[in-house]
Each structure stands twice: as C-alpha cells, then as structure tokens.
Unconditional design. Sequence first.
Length: 311
Amino acid sequence: MPQNSPEPYEPVLSAEVRAALSTGLPVVALESTIIAHGLPRPRNLTVARELEGLVRSAGAVPATVAVLDGRAHVGLGEDQLERVAGDPAVRKLGHRDLAPALATGASGATTVSGTAFLAARAGVGVFATGGLGGVHREWAADQDESADLRLLARTGITVVCAGVKSILDVPATLQRLETLGVSVVGYGTGHFPGFYLSSSGEPVDWTVHGPGEVVEVIRAREALGGPASALIVANPVAEADQLDPALHDRVLAEALDACRERGISGQGVTPFLLDQLMRRTGGASLEANLAAVRGNVTLAAKIAVTATGLR
C-alpha cells in the first residue's frame, strides 16, 4: 500500500503531486472521463499526454484523477494513464459512485463531480475540464439535472471550463448555479460560453481579464469565508476554433427531434446527442471540444502558477 495514503479510502497522491503540494508548487487537476469515454482510441491517450504536457509547459504539475482497483488516485503514472485510456472495462464515476467503486475494488474514470471532489479532498485548488453538466432541456417534465451542479455548490475549487454542454438548457443552468450560490465569471467575455461555441448568447454578471484577476477573486472568496462552493471561470473557445454556429444549431435541432422520435430519455439523452453532433458534423464538434479543453487546461495552469506566486 502506498506510504502516502495509509487509509484505504483516502486519495493516493502520485509522488510528483505529493511533492508539489507539500512544497507549495502549482497543481492542476484533470478529469479522466474524457480519456476513457470522450475520445476514440488511440487518440485518447495522445490527448491525455498532450493535456498533461500543456500543464507542465505552463509551469504547473498535472494531477489526472481516476479510480483504479478501488483506490482513488490524484496524479497518474504513465502505466496508469495507459490503462485508463485502453481498458474498455473502466467505468464512468461521478461523485455518487465513488464510495461503491472504492468498496468493491472497481476502476473508473472520474467525471466533473468525481474529479472536483477528489481533487479538493487532496488539496488541489484548480481544476480544468471541457464543459460542465447542467440542467437538461425539458427539465419541467423529467427534472433531469447533472450532479455536477450540487457538488460544485459545496466544493471549494476553481473550475476552468468552456461553459456547459450546448445540448443542455443553458439559461436554466445559469439560474440554477445562481440559486446554489456558485460564482461564475467570464474570462475575457461578457457572455457565457457555449462549449462548442464561443458564446451561448447568455450574459454573465462578471468578467475578469487575466489570471491575476482570477486569483484576486479566489483570494477575496477565501478572505470572506462562508459556505464552500466552486468558482467557475468560463473560458470561451476561440472563435476560429468553434463549431460553425449555423451547423451546430441545425444538427442539434435534428438530433433533438430524433431523440424524441426514438423515445430516448434520461441518461441516454446526452450520449445520443453528443454522438449525433460528432457524426453529423464530420468530427468538427470533437475538434471544437478539444480546442476548448486545451485552452482551459492552459488557462488553469496559468491561474495555478499565478496563485502560487502571489501567496
């Protein structure tokens, strides 16, 4: 059993992450669901290495999060990264799944909620991802809402993302985040990003410019105290890299119609819509997704480095 984790259910820190945290070096958490379930093989492993490389090139330490054989890991070695990318039996674990996974010795890639929880538990303050989950369309009928929102409402971590997935109800998600007390700032934008799109068309109340301003918000939140909740830094994908808005809107409308015609509901809706977007855009949605993730990872690393320099 690793010496840095004497308790069987405590997160295991990689030697690199443990050393960084103990000496005050910047660390950025990365989710593993995009590796195991979000990208085709073998490109997923190439992207996983690329994202960790982006964190390192900005001067921070990457901490990819996953559960392997019933142990939560914050920071993965090369063999572990290859396993997450290559093993089709690796499950998808949200926060609610962590305890059963640890108790039964399961292995899984962590979603936004699972990653944010384990990263914060380990003392990592900055987390980069693609897009958050949120309130699903037709919520009034099925009350389908991502677990990401409630978890972020009680987890003190800074999350850099490209908004929420555009297949969701973006206005309702923003209203829900407000109700839950989760702070949202637009990074260099007055509008909430639309994941594949630079803008969802929905305004944000606050805009920050540069990593230093983000860190000042973090410091102000810490000084004020109060209930722990996440700070969402909404970082739009560059317009040159976004999915063509007209193509996005047309394909999404057709996919929503197909979803209703086939009677797809509940947890089946999101993967169906994302798959339709990828297929019907000839893979362009996937490239926009990756462009957004790269930008978020780079920004998160800059924020973590800046935060370390100011303390």
